[in-house]
Write a protein that binds this ligand. Structure first.
Ligand code: S3P
Length: 172
């Protein structure tokens, strides 16, 4: 079984994915880390040096590669992965794959994005005022893609262990 976690930036995909993978005795893969390793560059470097279109092509290529493998894993996507190149259709049509949308509300996302903004090229240069406006608009555009996931778990005001428990219940 492949478990794919998706959602907006800072919704907790990586943190939840790591804990979930341990509980399920499955390997954990973070798509951004996988891309960075394969490309031998950080995500910020790829965006700055090769541009977002190149990043989206590679993101699509590595996602397809992972989903086509026989391996079992917990995979956390980047916030934009579901919204490009038909990626969500590939995920939902893959037989052994279960997708889960981690839904965080806007204040939670903003609060979490304030820390570590610089690692995220799309928001790195935004002032705090602009960040709220950007996230509200961006999330509105992306939500339809996220909603295609097989399951949704609300993460706002919940601990990591509660979210992990809720996911494990869904998987039964
Ligand atoms: C992106 C989110 C990032 C990373 C890249 C683009 C996006 O991942 O893939 O900076 O388009 O939302 P996180 O969701 O882990 O921050």
């Amino acid at each position: 079984m492949k478990i794919v976690l998706l959602g907006y930036m800072a919704s907790g995909k990586t943190t939840v994915g790591k804990v979930l993978s341990k509980k399920l005795f499955l390997p954990f893969i973070d798509l951004d880390k996988y891309i960075a390793k394969r490309e031998q560059a950080s995500i910020a470097e790829i965006f700055n040096e090769k541009g977002e279109i190149y990043f989206r092509k590679k993101e699509h290529q590595y996602l397809k590669e992972l989903l086509a493998s026989d391996s079992k894993f917990v995979l956390s996507l980047g916030g934009g992965t579901p919204c490009y190149a038909g990626n969500m259709d590939i995920i939902t049509s893959n037989n052994d794959t279960i997708s889960i949308y981690l839904e965080a509300n806007i204040p939670t996302i903003i609060e979490r994005l304030h820390h570590g903004k610089e690692k995220r090229p799309l928001v790195a240069r935004l002032t705090n005022d602009k960040l709220t406006e950007y996230v509200a608009k961006h999330l509105f555009e992306r939500r339809n893609f996220y909603q295609k996931a097989k399951h949704k778990v609300i993460v706002t005001n919940k601990s990591i262990s509660t979210v992990v428990t809720e996911i494990r219940i869904l998987l039964h």
